[in-house]
Ligand binder design. Structure first.
Ligand code: ZN
Length: 406
């Protein structure tokens, strides 16, 4: 004989007293205006805000009933179904393959934009039930983006006032406004470079080991203007496109987790003061974008340099040697230990046949004489970088990282 069940049996289960999607506390009290909602086919309880998004997906995805006005739909059969499913089991199913670095609505439950992204992703596209989500290739590809750096935390005061760095009082910007300055952010391997202008050769600030940010205050998202902001160290970054922020959040958190488990990245090896250009690999001539900031470098010419990779995995560049000269002082050295080489994005340079070498502090943009030279140069540097940092597929399903060789 079946034991009789009632609605209270459902709401006495702790997990059913928190919204299945945004985790806010649910109060089942019919004397209150705002009561929780139930998805009759999915069998979860959610808050009013999340209910709105459930409805917008259509009844073929989620059929919403009010726990205040429609409570008589909870007959014994429905209650049994909810006892079997409920918030805990449904989340275990619909979020079964959510990797540890993944953004969750409960992190910014007031963000309308995040809610409208998260709930359809969970129940309609069902992306968190895909096993492939937990695997990520490390190191990840170089990422660039222009962000608004919100005026919270430390900021440079107008240089003309000749004051030192001053702490800006955290403030909640007016709705619909973004206060702050635009900066260019470049993320590669274990470091993040912050540039004032996209064409600057030198970063004005650097996070050298992203593994240091693997903590609760490292990479966080917060509600901002209905969307979200992304905190990375001392920087609170905002972008109009929610998908950009989500993508960056995932990439940075995955990297932070990954590099936190590795030894602190080695500092750049010493570079030699004199190099025999007959040793190592001669990559030929390429023009180098002048260093410094845009203001001073915009009118400078790109100097032609000879590029040679030493046996110490350092890329040296030289002025054109005189006839018979073999031992030369390099003009500069780029340790490839922590580098990546990419084709620069169009914001960086519009010149043809360019490559960019990303290092912790600088983005070297060089121009080669033709397409063939670009490919040869890139392939050679890529091979060295991948020997120093082999690609591997990492399983991010738990905090215990395990990697699978490609
Ligand atoms: Zn909710």
């Amino acid at each position: 004989m079946a034991v009789s069940v009632c609605f209270d049996d459902l709401i006495n289960i702790p997990n059913n007293r928190k919204c299945a999607d945004c985790n806010t506390q649910l109060i089942f009290d019919k004397s209150q205006l705002d009561n929780p909602w139930a998805s009759m086919n999915i069998c979860v309880f959610v808050c009013t805000n999340c209910c709105g998004v459930h409805r917008s997906m259509g009844v073929h995805i989620s059929q919403m009933k009010s726990c205040k006005y429609d409570v008589d739909v909870f007959n014994e059969e429905v209650i049994q179904k909810f006892l079997e499913r409920g918030n805990l089991n449904v989340n275990n199913e619909f979020e079964s393959y959510m990797p540890v670095f993944h953004i969750h609505l409960r992190e910014a439950p007031l963000s309308t934009k995040l809610r409208e992204w998260f709930i359809p992703a969970k129940y309609s596209s069902k992306i968190f039930t895909e096993e492939k989500l937990i695997y990520k290739e490390m190191p990840q590809p170089v990422m660039h983006q222009k962000f608004v750096w919100l005026n919270r935390g430390f900021a440079d005061v107008d240089e003309s006032s000749k004051k030192k760095k001053k702490e800006v009082v955290p403030s909640t910007p007016r709705s619909g406004s973004t206060t702050g300055k635009t900066i260019w952010v470049e993320f590669s391997q274990h470091f993040i470079n912050f540039y004032k202008n996209v064409s600057d050769a030198r970063a004005f600030d650097i996070i050298r080991n992203i593994g240091d940010l693997h903590s609760t205050d490292g990479i966080i998202i917060e509600q901002y203007n209905n969307g979200i902001s992304l905190t990375v160290g001392n920087y609170v970054l905002y972008h109009d496109d929610l998908n950009v922020l989500i993508e960056w959040c995932h990439a940075l958190r995955a990297a932070a987790l990954y590099y936190a488990t590795l030894e602190t990245p080695q500092l750049s090896p010493d570079t030699r003061l004199q190099v025999n250009i007959m040793e190592g690999t001669n990559l030929g001539y390429a023009k180098k974008q002048p260093g410094g900031q845009k203001m001073f470098s915009a009118f400078k010419r790109w100097d032609n340099r000879l590029w040679i990779v030493g046996e110490d995995d350092v890329l040296y560049y030289f002025k054109k040697p005189n006839e018979g000269q073999t031992d030369l002082n390099p003009q500069g050295a780029v340790p490839l230990q922590n580098a990546e080489i990419i084709v620069p994005v169009k914001e960086r340079t519009t010149s043809p046949n360019c490559l960019q070498i990303c290092t912790p502090e600088r983005g070297y943009v060089i121009q080669l004489p033709g397409k063939e030279a670009v490919n040869r140069f890139k392939e050679h540097i890529d091979n060295i970088v991948r020997r120093l940092h082999p690609h591997q597929i990492v399983n991010f399903s738990t905090e215990n990282l395990s990697s699978v060789a490609l």
